[in-house]
Design a binder for this molecule. Structure first.
Ligand SMILES: Cc1ncc(COP(=O)(O)O)c(C=O)c1O
Length: 378
């Protein structure tokens, strides 16, 4: 079966976070990480079937959904998890926030590598705990972890290390040696190792994703969701793998009474995605590779003052627009009809931007055309 990635129904007026930001304005939204594609028909059918049942009472994880997740972890990521180790959550952002409350006390600190997805930075602040940031280093076009800087930054007050792999926003799939060394670093310093792997099924090329669970020390928390890969963010369904019982209890205690259950549609969508969504996902990857190549070629040839990096995973391109010397590049492009993410909330220097290319080719073409036109007109 072939799926249609060339069109997306009009999302305006549907409560889409992505599109409502520019309601009433001619601005193409190329910011928040959701894609302008209809989900796999297998997922839509499963949701319709669940809706047709007509009873929507309190819901616990259906056995079949749990089994699907365990099988997924084993077959796709080589992780042998057990049912007890799975913690269902309505999203990874609340999970990051709960983790900062569960594992870090006032006066203690979280460590992370920047630039990074902004909730990694706001979660410690929301929990009133400290944050230490260590910059990723870029050499010959490849982003890497600076282990010397991490060793320099860690203190006896550091309790939690949060890592993003594959990485949002730099698009890197960190190699096995890096993941192993990070796990070892966390064990050496007795840190809880949070491995956010939400983009792990969006590897476009290069080496496959290596889960932090492969090197799990006693305090590893790996975070997954079908939401990025299958475009289901609005269904609010995620799951964590916390192999160690004591670590799991500490996490669950911090969430008690605060976090809602996942709803019936979240489970139905998750199960259908992980069981039947792979042919759709494979075709999606072809589309994303082609869009990734377009962005890379266009930026290099038509917008050479902007620098970008090869996106190994995700549908997000990281752009360095500092050479344009614009006071506010995100605002500049928005004023010219393209809504990009500003890099500053990712803890990047002013002048970085993130472009979401998870959309039909025609929309991407138009966004790039507008960016080129904007630079010509200034
Ligand atoms: C690295 C990362 N973690 C978490 C999330 C969001 O997770 P959720 O929608 O489950 O809260 C995103 C969304 O873009 C992300 O890129």
């Amino acid at each position: 079966m072939t799926y249609d990635f060339t069109n997306c129904p009009d999302r305006r007026g549907t409560g889409s976070l992505k599109w409502e930001r520019y309601s009433g304005r001619d601005v193409l939204p190329m910011w928040v990480a959701d894609m302008d594609f209809v989900s796999a028909p297998e997922i839509v059918a499963a949701l319709q079937q669940r809706a047709a049942h007509g009873v929507f009472g309190y819901t616990i994880p259906p056995r079949s959904t749990l089994e699907t997740v365990l099988e997924y972890l084993q077959t796709r990521h080589g992780v042998a998890a057990t049912a007890e180790e799975i913690v269902w959550f309505p999203g990874l952002v609340p999970a990051l926030n709960v983790a900062c409350r569960a594992f870090v006390q006032p006066g203690e600190e979280v460590l992370t590598c920047t630039p990074v997805y902004p909730p990694f930075l706001s979660a410690p602040e929301n929990a009133d705990v400290g944050l230490r940031k260590v910059d990723l280093v870029e050499k010959n076009g490849i982003w890497d972890v600076d282990f010397h800087a991490l060793e320099d930054a860690v203190t006896p007050r550091t309790k939690l290390f949060i890592f993003c792999n594959p990485h949002n926003p730099v698009g890197r799939v960190f190699p096995e040696a890096t993941v192993a060394r990070l796990a070892e670093f966390c064990q050496k310093h007795n840190l809880v190792f949070i491995s956010d792997e939400i983009h792990c099924d969006l590897v476009l090329d290069g080496a496959p994703h290596v889960s932090g669970l492969r090197f799990a020390g006693p305090k590893t928390v790996a975070m997954f969701a079908p939401s990025k890969t299958f475009n289901l963010a609005g269904l609010a369904c995620a799951f964590l793998v916390i192999p160690d019982a004591a670590t799991r209890r500490t996490f669950q205690r911090a969430a008690r009474g605060l976090i809602t259950e996942i709803n019936a549609f979240g489970y139905a969508g998750c199960e259908a995605a992980l069981r039947h969504g792979w042919p759709w996902r494979d075709q999606l990857l072809d589309v994303l590779r082609s869009n990734r190549d377009l962005v890379e070629n266009f930026v290099t040839t038509v917008l050479p003052a902007i620098r970008t990096w090869r996106v190994e995973a995700t549908y997000l391109a990281w752009l360095d627009a500092r050479e344009l010397h614009l006071p506010n590049p995100a605002k500049f492009f928005e004023d010219h009809g393209v809504g990009l993410s500003d890099g500053v909330p990712f803890s990047a220097p002013a002048g970085f931007l993130r472009l979401n290319f998870g959309c039909p080719r025609s929309q991407l073409d138009e966004a790039l055309r507008r960016m080129a036109q904007a630079l010509r007109s200034r």
